[in-house]
Design a protein around this ligand. Structure first.
Ligand code: BF8
Length: 641
């Protein structure tokens, strides 16, 4: 791979070059030699039974007349693409929601006081979410209303929350947090999720050979499952994490591979669930490990994060971001990574092969995510002995410092970041004391200083130049006065590029947005967390609606969503719940239904009539941003502003 063509980021280019010089293969090299299958990539390969895979011919130059392509059973391209698409939703929703379940279980242990490691840290947040789960926070005694015992509330919240995954009757309790017209629309469309697990199971059933053969009906279930992710599993994950570990507030840190330090023990934390990373942060900052580290001859322990776990420990503790999804192998290639600890999701199996070429200890921690290579150490993390597990891991990194080779090359590139925004802090910065919580934001959208809101999120994809599309889309939006909310790897990419600082406003923003940012002292790109924290964006959008003046539903707000470099199934689930929440959403790189034009048109056009939000695809990042801006302008015109 040509390092400059492979990545927009200089630190990444340096490390790709170094890997090549050392003869260590990375995903950037494999992307050159291994090309995707065009049939699978466009959604028209059906491998749901043993008579196939049925690889339908590609619709080169469009379909003339009737589309007669079929699989062995007669499945049409639309049926096949819809089945594949909603299976992606099922996988993505499962990943977010199973993460949420794990947090809910730890929350239950904390509420039952079975563990010393985890406690209820944010009582305010607990009291805020309890009513959304129909848990009372007051009791009446002798005609008097009294505050209910916090431990009692926590226990009931834990029980009700865990029940959301598998309850036998009713619908998800959080759905009513959406604006009332949105909830009513979901009800009318028949897509209110019943429980989180059931919607996933039903997708697997419906897409089995010979069940649902109507792409519209398949997408109805895909929508219901995606809503169960965004307004269910992901939202519960975010909320319970906030209660356990604290709601984030803006703080300062740094981003990119240059945050690693040569004279420190470098422990890189990679994955998604903060249940593990929180303990590692706590232990690594404790005196015992600091002393142990000094004995080992290092100046200290430098923690840093990759992928969404990075965003979790950044937003709550200011731990610096080491890199995005595509930089995970490169963190080891610095030669300075004494240990990398991983839990779940977005972890490349090749990490083990790269670690073999260096002294790096690679530690897996989750019972559902192990690796086959024999150099991988498995330390199973359990909330009941979380501190001991975390100590073992940190100690292992320190002990390994002595084994580090002479050849260490940490790229000297990093940028300052401000992160830790959320529903509450946006209210603090952009609220108004008199007229509703998001009044200042709404007022500035109405007066045109802010043109609209862009939610730019999602992965890196090795099929496009690393970070280039992310950065280009975001810069083009802020240049046109669109304020950006970001999560996931887009947030990390923006941090690496220096876009997450208030100073950015003067350099890259249009005059209106620059003025607002300067007045309230915020960056034009607000880091709101990890991928499950896209739920914060849903709730922020709801607050915008509530504050008034911008319509009655999320679909009325001048806003658009984007994932310029998406690659994971989680991104598809996110895209679908954002669309179902009423937001126009553009994906870049590739789109997994392009082999079935009728089904794709259903997602790109018909969905707007049904939900007020629809999908789009645009690989060119400038055009991508302008499609979002055009939609924002359309919504402004409809509001008469
Ligand atoms: O959940 S953005 S590459 S790290 S999937 Fe993975 Fe994509 Fe990054 Fe986080 Ni989200």
């Amino acid at each position: 791979a040509d390092p400059v063509a492979a990545s927009y980021d200089v630190a990444t280019q340096e490390m790709i070059k170094r890997a090549q010089d050392l003869g260590v293969e990375t995903c950037f090299d494999r992307a050159v030699t291994l090309k995707p299958c065009n049939i699978g990539a466009t959604g028209i390969c059906c491998k749901n039974c043993g008579m196939g895979p049925c690889r339908l011919p590609l619709p080169k130059g469009g379909i003339e007349g009737e589309d007669t392509r079929k699989g062995i059973c007669g499945a049409s391209p639309n049926t096949i693409a819809a089945r594949n698409f909603i299976r992606m939703i099922a996988a993505g929703a499962s990943a977010h929601s199973d993460h949420g379940r794990c947090v809910a279980e730890v929350f239950m242990s904390a509420a039952r006081k079975e563990t010393d490691a985890y406690q209820i840290k944010d009582i305010q947040k607990l009291l805020q979410i309890a009513p959304c789960l129909d848990v009372a926070i007051t009791v009446e005694k002798d005609g008097e209303v009294l505050d209910r015992d916090i431990d009692e509330i926590a226990l009931e919240v834990a029980e009700v929350a865990l029940n959301e995954w598998g309850k036998a009757e009713g619908e998800l309790k959080y759905l009513k947090r959406a604006p009332a017209p949105r909830y009513e629309l979901w009800k009318k469309m028949g897509v209110l999720p019943r429980n989180i697990d059931r919607e996933v199971v039903e997708i697997m059933h419906r897409t089995h050979i010979g069940v649902d053969q109507d792409y519209k009906n398949l997408m109805k279930q895909g929508t219901r499952c995606a809503i169960a992710d965004g307004w269910g599993g992901s939202m519960l994950a975010t909320d319970l994490q906030d209660v356990l570990f604290g709601t984030p507030y803006p703080l300062q840190s740094e981003a990119n591979l240059g945050v690693m330090k040569k004279d420190h023990v470098n422990l890189v934390i990679h994955g998604h669930e903060p249940v593990l990373s929180e303990m590692i942060v706590a232990v690594a900052q404790g005196q015992e490990m600091i002393d142990y580290c000094k004995q080992a001859g290092a100046k200290g322990i430098q923690l840093s994060g990759i992928c969404c776990t990075a965003n979790e420990i950044l937003q709550r503790h200011g731990v610096p971001l080491c890199g995005t999804f595509l930089q995970q192998e490169l963190a080891i290639i610095t030669g300075a990574c004494d240990a990398m600890v991983v839990d779940i999701q977005c972890i490349m199996q090749n990490l083990a092969n790269v670690a073999k070429c260096f002294h790096t200890k690679l530690i897996t921690t989750h019972p559902i995510a192990k690796m086959e290579q024999d150099n991988v150490i498995h330390i199973e993390f359990d909330e009941h002995h979380a501190i001991e597990d975390a100590k073992r891991i940190v100690k292992m990194a320190i002990d390994n410092y002595a084994n580090r080779g002479e050849d260490v090359a940490i790229p000297q590139h990093k940028n300052p970041v401000i992160a830790g925004f959320g529903v509450e802090s946006i209210e603090y910065h952009l609220g108004g004391s008199f007229r509703g919580s998001y009044y200042t934001l709404n007022d500035n959208i109405i007066n045109g200083r802010i043109r609209g809101i862009g939610a730019v999120v999602g992965c890196n994809n090795v099929r496009t130049r690393h970070n280039y599309d992310h950065i280009t889309v975001v810069k083009e939006l802020i240049k046109n006065d669109v304020i950006v909310l970001t999560t996931g790897c887009n947030a990390i990419a923006c941090g690496m590029e220096g876009l997450l600082t208030p100073e950015t406003a003067q350099v890259f923003c249009g005059p209106g947005l620059a003025e607002v940012c300067e007045t309230v002292g915020i960056p034009p790109v607000l880091h709101v967390g990890s991928c499950v924290d896209n739920s914060r964006i849903l709730l922020a959008a709801t607050e915008v609606v509530k504050a008034g003046g911008l319509g009655k539903d999320i679909s009325d707000v001048p806003a658009a969503g984007s994932a310029p470099e998406w690659m994971s199934e989680k991104a598809i689930s996110i895209g679908q719940y954002v669309v179902a929440s009423g937001v126009y959403t553009v994906f870049g790189t590739t789109f997994p239904t392009s082999g079935a034009p009728v089904f794709q048109k259903y997602l790109f056009e018909d969905f707007e009539k049904m939900y007020g939000g629809m999908w789009d695809f645009e690989p060119d990042p400038i055009k991508h941003a302008h499609k979002m801006i055009a939609h924002i302008d359309k919504k402004r015109a409809a509001l008469g502003i």
